[in-house]
Design a protein around this ligand. Structure first.
Ligand SMILES: C[S@@+](CC[C@H](N)C(=O)[O-])C[C@H]1O[C@@H](n2cnc3c(N)ncnc32)[C@H](O)[C@@H]1O
Length: 251
């Protein structure tokens, strides 16, 4: 049962039905289509926005923006609660989007990329961000994650939450966690997408060796959810509270 009441709310457990953040996230993602190339599920979008609000994370990062279903909800949480910024990194390039490691999907990925106009998608995402009134809280960096990591590191930018959902080939996703782990703030969250993919697993294992797992669900064909949340903090008590909260959010 959902824990209603003041003490529950103090701990950040607002029932989704009555939580204005939930409504704002749904409103935004209802305007962004899901297709073969991407489409963050509503529960995951809300979970990331919820973490930003409840942990007061002022800077977050989305690696692999695509149409913006995982980035815009982060920006909503910053606009409405933290005053901070969600960065999105995506090269919007057919060459960079190609993924070779997932053999069963390789041909479908190739056909999808051939049919996708990334230039146009980039323009559409910028226009959507502006139309949603998110421009002040959302910066889109049109670079590969590797190029962007060097810029962020040079500028001393650190993130309270990083969502890794760019190129899913093993070498690329391993590089993402290697480059971005040092850019995570102390007590920050690393969210890994598509944890069921064999090509992503080595990166999940690498993160699991240094961070605390606080959420994992991998049933893409049943619940659409296929992601894990790692926390870089050390307190067992807080890890338990995070686990309980994320479980409740998931419903
Ligand atoms: C699965 S989609 C992202 C879906 C999106 N997060 C969502 O929830 O709808 C993967 C995206 O990663 C981008 N991408 C590919 N290579 C990349 C790289 N090296 N760095 C950052 N993004 C990359 C692709 O252009 C594509 O838009």
């Amino acid at each position: 049962m959902w824990p209603f009441g003041r003490s529950a709310r103090r701990r950040g457990w607002e029932a989704p039905d009555t939580d204005p953040l939930h409504a704002a996230v749904q409103e935004v993602i209802s305007q962004i289509p899901v297709d073969f190339g991407g489409g963050c599920p509503p529960k995951k979008a809300y979970a990331m926005a919820w973490l930003i609000r409840s942990e007061r994370l002022r800077t977050s990062l989305d690696i692999g923006v695509y149409r913006g279903r995982s980035l815009m909800p982060q920006a909503v949480a910053h606009r409405d609660y933290t005053g901070g910024v969600a960065y999105g990194v995506d090269p919007y390039s057919s060459a960079e989007a190609m993924q070779l490691d997932n053999e069963p999907l390789r041909e479908r990925i190739r056909q999808f990329i051939d049919a996708t106009d990334f230039e146009r998608m980039y323009g559409d995402v910028l226009a959507l961000r502006d139309r949603l009134g998110l421009a002040e809280h959302c910066r889109i960096v049109r670079k590969t994650s590797e190029e962007a990591a060097a810029d962020f590191a040079a500028r001393g930018v650190r993130f309270g939450l990083i969502h890794v959902d760019g190129n899913h080939d093993t070498a690329k996703v391993l590089r993402d966690v290697e480059l971005y782990w040092p850019l995570l703030s102390r007590g920050g969250f690393l969210v890994m997408d598509d944890v069921s993919w064999a090509s992503v697993k080595p990166a999940v294992d690498a993160v699991a060796s240094k961070a605390t797992l606080v959420f994992y669900e991998s049933q893409p064909t049943v619940t659409e959810l296929d992601y894990a949340v790692f926390w870089s903090g050390r307190s067992h008590r807080k890890a338990e509270l995070l686990r309980e909260s994320l479980r409740r959010l998931r419903g």
